[in-house]
Design a protein around this ligand. Structure first.
Ligand code: AMP
Length: 708
């Protein structure tokens, strides 16, 4: 780790210097160098610091020093029982890590911190609080619960730390944080550490009368120089063979593999496990005790490949991680920096490789803009992206557990038997790799040496977004990919055609690559309805929509409280909606030229409101005017309405929770819009008894509430 001034020059107390020395900390890291004095002077700060730069020490060291100084000045022993410093962490793991740093620093100083996180016994935490503690490290939800249950008082708190402040706000903890701040006296110190400068964090600070000093390291330092990070332009199908090649080349690999979804983490980890890699997934679905155990297994290297999502891995400080793989490119540019910062920690060398398939490319420009440079592209050959790999396992979307699909349906093929054996036997019993593996369905040119009849999609087919062409050994996988491609959930709309069959693995039997060409059935209602409902939900408009198709007319009608808005500015909004719907459909199906559109408002409620029919009427003036925009703005829900709505959603969440507790069965809530879903996740997120899980993808996501 890059270091600057020796700690002896900060006027720190001797016992604290001893602790630092015991931890191997002789000199301050740049961020510690920057914050130490200001925090000791009692100033409010907003420090921009990446994890891995020594940011925990940047607040924990001055806090311990303050505690030692205050101890000297105080003649009352009771002060030692009052909570004086509170650190808020976005994730349980980060809180545990920060707690550990306080423990190490405070070992010989009589400083004991309490760690208050969800997923662990609240009663134990209560009795810890009864004994008295001066430092709390907590996740916001659990702390709010304990405050509400009157188990902790914060009126003597001298400083509050927001660790990874940007993430705390991204994860929707703002309301909890404001509640906590309202329980602390106004002149407390506010210490905010964040990887990015974040307006929401600063606005909250201002709201609570804090005007923090902004401290920033040279921005270049955010992307640590000693990480060798590069980009592999490959296809989706090449990701696993390439990963396997990388892992097999590095015998001492100690890696974190990042995926964008929980499902993908479980799939990748299971797939690697089938090939004898010591890989495990960590996801928010695992109960806290399992997550803690898993982190321990990774720390002591019983597990050497941790497959995780951003949320699960945020802030993890694991030394010696020598490889980070972005199996999927992060969808948020800032996460690129967070992810690759898991390696190259404490000044050690690190390597990061990001896989960029066609589907990932859309995130690349944002990443380039964020890091303000390009990423070196690796020159790959065919050998790099072909490897002997195990058959792809099948992961149950609900339980995230691997399942043997063919067993239940009675169908058995060798590949599934092989993968099952490989998954259940211990290593000594396993078949040699060459017997259990097969070539994965990499791109046609590479994976199929002698295709029976080569299928080459025409340029038109490749360009035409209405067709989706995919190759898979398994029809379910292909269907799932097609649903994802079309962004729909209704399988009945899929029209599937086999365009090519590859050779069977064992000549006459075994799995075979099949190329499918998908198109969609022109079922206007089934296609349009979920799409329009999502638009209405996102724009918080109180209207209902009806879609009907009769003769050659597609009739889309709206009615409800906000329907008047559709007619303002000569029906501008209706026109836009029609345009969006036309584009949406045209990207998915072939629209007959004679199709007539009748997009209208159903109820005539007041003068000037009329049906709008573009197919019959003249082209309307599409220009907007400010007055119209203002009108629209004033129609947004007021703060009071929002609050009422939030309370309604919380009541629904509580109702679901009680159902689960009484029945001991998981309960799936009715579909909610994204904002309401967030309220439910937030509200039940830190709950002891139940947890929430998102089911499905995209616009029809639902929340399942189940026992922890
Ligand atoms: P953090 O950014 O707090 O997660 O710290 C990253 C790593 O750097 C941790 O493993 C710390 O133990 C280590 N570290 C923090 N501060 C120092 C320091 N002043 N000297 C040496 N190592 C440090």
């Amino acid at each position: 780790m890059e270091t600057t001034t020796p700690f002896t020059e900060f006027g720190l107390s001797a016992p604290l210097l001893n602790s630092l020395s015991e931890m191997g900390f002789e000199k301050a890291s740049p961020i510690q160098n920057m914050t130490l004095e200001h925090i000791l002077e009692g100033k409010d700060i907003f420090a921009q610091a990446e994890t891995g730069s020594g940011k925990t020490g940047s607040f924990a060291i001055p806090i311990c020093e303050q505690l030692l100084r205050e101890e000297k000045e105080s003649d009352s022993k009771d002060d030692e029982k009052l909570v004086q410093y509170v650190t808020l962490s976005p994730t349980r793991e980060l809180a545990q890590q920060t707690h550990k740093v306080f423990d190490q620093l405070g070992k010989h100083l009589g400083i004991h911190a309490a760690c208050l996180i969800g997923g662990e016994s609240i009663d134990k935490q209560k009795s810890l609080l009864k004994k008295g503690t001066r430092v709390l490290v907590a996740t916001p939800g659990r702390l709010v619960d304990l405050i509400k249950q009157k188990s902790v008082k914060l009126d003597q708190v001298k400083a509050v730390v927001f660790d990874e402040a940007d993430r705390l706000f991204d994860m929707g903890f703002q309301k909890d944080i404001e509640f906590i701040l309202s329980k602390v006296k106004e002149d407390r110190q506010l210490i905010m550490v964040s990887a990015t400068s974040n307006m929401e964090v600063l606005k909250t600070a201002y709201k609570f009368k804090s005007h923090p000093m902004e401290l920033k390291l040279n921005e270049d330092n955010i992307l640590v120089d000693h990480i060798n990070h590069s980009l592999a332009m490959i296809t989706k199908q090449e990701k696993m063979p390439y990963l396997v090649n990388i892992l097999r080349e590095n015998s001492d690999v100690y890696a974190i593999v990042f995926c964008n979804t929980q499902m993908q983490t479980h799939l990748v980890a299971e797939w690697l496990r089938l090939m004898d890699f010591k890989a495990k997934p960590i996801s928010g679905r695992l109960p806290q005790n399992k997550r803690t155990r898993l982190m321990e297994e990774f720390r002591n290297k019983e597990v050497t490949i941790l497959v995780c999502t951003d949320v699960a891995a945020r802030g993890l400080d694991i030394k010696d991680v020598n490889l980070v793989i972005n199996y999927d490119l992060p969808q948020e540019a800032a996460n690129y920096v967070h992810r690759i910062g898991r390696t190259g920690r404490a000044g050690k060398e690190g390597r990061a490789i990001s896989f960029c398939a066609h589907e990932d490319c859309e995130y690349l420009d944002d990443i380039y803009a964020y890091i303000d440079s390009k990423i070196t592209k690796l020159e790959l050959t065919n050998e790099d992206v072909t490897a002997e790999i195990a058959p792809k396992p099948y992961i149950d979307g609900k339980t995230l557990r691997p399942v043997d699909r063919n067993r239940s349906s009675g169908k058995k093929d060798r590949s599934s038997r092989d993968s099952k054996k490989a998954g259940s036997r211990d290593q000594r019993e396993r078949k040699p790799m060459d017997k259990m593996t097969e070539k994965y369905d990499a791109p046609l040119e590479r994976a199929l040496p002698t295709p029976l009849k080569k299928f080459v999609p025409s340029e038109d087919e490749k360009r035409d977004r209405r067709f989706f062409i995919t190759t898979s050994k398994n029809q379910e996988d292909a269907d799932r990919a097609a649903l994802g491609y079309y962004m729909i959930t209704d399988e009945s709309l899929l029209q599937r055609e086999i365009v090519k069959k590859g050779p069977k693995r064992y000549f006459f039997f075994g799995p075979q690559n099949i190329t499918y060409r998908y198109s969609l059935e022109a079922h206007y209602k089934k296609l349009l309805l979920p799409f329009i409902i999502e638009i209405l939900n996102l724009s918080h408009l109180d209207v209902k929509v009806k879609v009907a198709f009769k003769g050659d007319t597609l009739d889309i009608s709206f009615n409800g409280k906000d329907e008047g808005l559709f007619l303002r500015n000569r029906g501008e909004m209706l026109q836009s909606l029609e345009q969006i719907c036309r584009l949406y459909l045209a990207n998915k199906i072939t629209l007959p030229s004679k199709l007539k559109w009748n997009v209208r408002v159903q109820g005539a409620r007041g003068a000037g409101e009329r049906s709008h029919d573009r197919s019959r009427g003249k082209k309307q003036d599409g220009r907007s005017n400010n007055r119209g925009n203002q009108n629209r703005r004033s129609n947004r829900p007021s703060e009071k309405d929002q609050k009422a709505r939030e309370e309604k959603v919380i009541a629904l969440a509580e109702e679901a929770k009680n159902k689960v507790i009484n029945s001991k069965e998981p309960f799936t809530m009715k579909p909610l819009d994204p904002r309401d879903r967030r309220i439910v996740h937030q509200h039940l997120g830190e709950d002891d008894t139940v947890k929430t899980t998102s089911l499905g993808d995209g616009r029809l996501k639902k929340i399942e509430v189940s026992l922890r």
